[in-house]
Write a protein that binds this ligand. Structure first.
Ligand SMILES: Nc1ncnc2c1ncn2[C@@H]1O[C@H](COP(=O)(O)OP(=O)(O)OP(=O)(O)O)[C@@H](O)[C@H]1O
Ligand SMILES: CC(=O)N[C@H]1[C@@H]2OC[C@@H](O2)[C@@H](O)[C@@H]1O[C@H](C)C(=O)O
Length: 387
């Protein structure tokens, strides 16, 4: 049976740089999914809204009423992004999207702590703002949202969730692959050749651009290190990197997830103080933070992946940082390193596409999580539908 749907995927990630919107057509035949990206666009947050999101992410206290107001402001921005991408890309016969899959904006993420000696269970907690009900109301389109809740209820980390898309679209017949997302935070998904769903393995493995971005803003008053050109003018300082690599998170076995709670402004401050004590120039500092990011990724492969991959497929904004990619090529040899663009999945909009696919699975009453990745007790449908 062939089934074709049109949908919009929406996400703002941990970089908080803007809302990624993807207009996508999904076609399914004999359980083989085909995903066509019709259009992708990033809609920048209005600066005041972005500043408020970053303040909440950094743990600044807010009254519950302010928090709810922020939730609705984000939802309105998401709805506007959906409407804009639909209007900018009129479809034949005035075809309208069947649904929106919206991840929202993560502002807090705490992994599950499991069961302690006294028998107390602490489930994870993950807060995404931009409620689906408002998006559905403003767009008039059925919206699937709240994707992380059900996995958390089963004891999982509810992150990363994109490995379902990686498995569906990027598994290779003979090659062991790793999909490496470098967003604000980095996460990896290991796809064994012709592997079944239960053999997929993935986890949040490193900071992504978060430290590099914060340092670029602080030291150079620029939003990010375009192409890695600032870092490429410096020399990295290995003794500091080696000491930073000792951090517990990097040595904790998966399942594991993290966020801006760990790689926070105060984490960066601590790094910067040490760099200044070592008398590094601003260029050296960026080179050191970039090398640190690349080495954490490489270390995680050697420590935790079942096998070293034949090929690494990069996605997320970090794959536009040429210096970082060059360092990864060196550190991940002999694996071939390229972008998911070269394997048929747009590297900038992969996460937005993933939330279309997860929304599609929900509407088909199919499970969306991978317990082998999130550590949940079982497979479960992800998301809540708002009409
Ligand atoms: N040309 C470029 N050169 C260097 N870095 C870039 C470039 N373009 C984007 N980036 C980096 O990518 C970041 C955005 O990446 P992305 O949109 O994948 O993050 P995200 O989706 O917010 O994060 P996450 O995947 O953790 O949720 C920017 O903040 C910037 O650091
Ligand atoms: C809680 C949360 O939003 N986590 C993000 C974050 O950003 C990257 C990494 O950490 C990943 O685990 C996840 O996002 C993507 C979309 C995911 O769930 O696959």
């Amino acid at each position: 049976m062939q089934n074709s749907v049109l949908a919009v995927g929406l996400i703002s990630g941990t970089s908080v740089d803007g809302i990624d919107a993807a207009l996508v057509e999904i076609t399914e035949q004999d359980e083989k999914l085909q995903v066509r990206l019709i259009a992708g666009h990033t809609f920048d947050y209005e600066p005041n809204l972005r500043a408020e999101i970053l303040a909440v992410c950094a743990g600044e206290p807010r009254a519950i009423a302010q928090f709810c107001e922020l939730d609705d402001r984000i939802a309105v921005a998401f709805a506007q992004a959906a409407i804009a991408i639909i209007e900018q890309n009129p479809q034949p016969k005035d075809r309208k999207p069947n649904f929106i899959g919206s991840h929202g904006q993560t502002v807090f993420h705490r992994p599950p702590l499991g069961i302690d000696a006294s028998g107390k269970t602490t489930l994870g907690y993950s807060v995404q703002l931009g409620r689906g009900a408002v998006i559905a109301e403003l767009t008039g389109i059925k919206t699937v949202s709240d994707f992380r809740v059900a996995d958390i209820e089963r004891g999982g980390h509810a992150a990363p969730l994109v490995p379902m898309l990686d498995w569906l679209l990027l598994t290779h017949a003979t090659e062991n692959r790793a999909c490496q997302n470098i967003g604000g935070i980095s996460n990896v998904c290991y796809l064994p050749a012709s592997g079944t769903q239960d053999l997929v393995f993935g986890f949040d493995n490193a900071p992504g651009n978060v430290l590099i971005d914060m340092a670029t803003q602080k030291l150079f008053n620029l939003p990010f290190d375009d192409g890695g050109q600032l870092a490429s003018q410096g020399n990295f300082y290995l003794p500091l990197i080696e000491s930073w690599l000792q951090q517990e998170f990097f040595h904790t076995p998966p399942p594991k997830s993290t966020g801006r709670e760990l790689f926070s402004p105060s984490y960066l401050e601590h790094c910067l103080e040490q760099c200044q004590q070592a008398q590094l120039s601003n260029y050296d500092i960026l080179a050191t933070l970039t090398e640190f990011t690349a080495r954490v990724i490489a270390l995680s492969y050697r420590q935790f992946l079942p096998k070293f991959p034949d090929r690494v497929l990069l996605c997320g904004g970090g794959c536009r940082n040429r210096y970082l990619v060059e360092r990864l090529r060196d550190l991940l040899a002999p694996a071939a390193v390229m972008s998911t663009d070269d394997a048929g999945v747009n590297a900038d909009f992969k996460e937005a596409i993933a939330f279309v696919v997860l929304g599609y699975l929900k509407l088909q009453k199919r499970s969306g999580n991978l317990p082998s990745v999130t550590g949940a007790k079982g497979s479960v449908e992800l998301g809540r539908v708002y009409e």
